[in-house]
Write a protein that binds this ligand. Structure first.
Ligand code: GLU
Length: 316
């Protein structure tokens, strides 16, 4: 584990053109963890006089909870976090994902492997904890095996583009070996849904997003997204991954681990708590109207503790 702690001012991007976004998966209500990601992306957009979009990531329709998208939008309104433009829903954008998939041509190939078969191949454990894909179906489906999913071919070790390197505004320089740490990754799942990796890349580009600000649990996905952007000829946005709240067992606070929904009966306290987690010093406030300008100013000028995460090597 490579952990490096140092202090620096948050590098600020050029304010002339900024489109940011908050992209919740409507699998449940917002909780303290998702509010931290929402707040960071909102503050960064506001600190740059940019636009802040909201996109519902309901591409995995099987996990979407009825009413959750509306409840998330209501919560944002209650907290006076107003988004620009119209909210988009990934479930209504599957044509865009199909177009992008078609553009990939032979880089996307059919795979007949089950999860069990991939785990049993024991080639390695990916940085996100899943098994690294051993490449079984790269040269074609084994005889008699039906297509289950479609995967994106990643370059072999040592080939150009295999090592993805980027500078994260919070985490510093991050690099990932796609072949070793991920393997060929899924674009279309066995249940027919497009994956998060494909949808997020297509949507960020289609919506003109210039700055992605989100939780560090997604740091691990970023190299895959950059690689996919390059294969599709898309521009790579700037990235900033804020630390995520974990429970006593070190697990990310999430609906899966019983995170409590936001307390919207006390919206100011809820905001103050999230700002505290982001390390913002805003002093005493007694209204939401007072909170936001102070939080934006604090974000713009804050001195942050940058900490590399365990799974990545950082060079800065
Ligand atoms: N939908 C993802 C989530 O709720 C966030 C995706 C992103 O910000 O790129 O965890």
């Amino acid at each position: 584990m490579d952990t490096l702690t140092f202090f620096s001012y948050l590098p600020m991007p050029d304010a002339t053109h900024y489109i940011g976004r908050f992209a919740p998966s409507p699998t449940g209500l917002l909780h303290d963890g998702s509010l931290v990601a929402a707040m960071a992306s909102y503050l960064d957009a506001k600190a740059h006089q940019g636009q802040w979009l909201v996109r519902m990531e309901d591409v995995d329709e099987a996990r979407t909870a009825p009413g959750a998208a509306d409840a998330i939008l209501n919560a944002l309104s209650t907290l006076q976090m107003m988004w620009d433009g119209t909210v988009v829903y990934q479930s209504q954008r599957t044509d865009l994902y199909l177009d992008a998939f078609d553009k990939l041509g032979r880089l996307a190939y059919p795979c007949g492997c089950t999860r069990r078969e991939i785990v049993d191949s024991q080639i390695g454990v990916a940085s996100d904890g899943a098994a690294v894909y051993p490449g079984t179906c790269r040269e074609g489906l084994p005889v008699g095996k039906p297509t289950r999913s479609y995967r994106l071919l990643v370059p072999d070790v040592g080939q150009a583009e295999e090592l993805i390197r980027f500078e994260d505004r919070w985490q510093g320089v991050v690099q990932q070996h796609l072949a070793i740490e991920v393997g060929d990754f899924v674009l279309k799942r066995a249940d027919g849904f497009w994956t998060y990796q494909l949808a997020v890349v297509v949507d960020d580009a289609e919506q003109g997003v210039t700055h992605v600000v989100r939780g560090a649990d997604l740091l691990d996905s970023t190299a895959r997204q950059i690689y996919l952007q390059r294969q599709l000829g898309l521009t790579t946005p700037s990235y900033l991954h804020v630390p995520v709240i974990t429970n006593a067992n070190g697990e990310k606070l999430s609906k899966q681990y019983d995170a409590q929904p936001l307390d919207l009966t006390q919206p100011l306290q809820t905001l103050v708590k999230a700002a505290w987690f982001l390390g913002l010093e805003i002093g005493r406030v007694n209204s939401i109207e007072m909170f936001w300008p102070l939080a934006i100013a604090a974000w713009a000028g804050q001195r942050i503790e940058r900490r590399s995460t365990a799974r990545f090597k950082t060079d800065s």
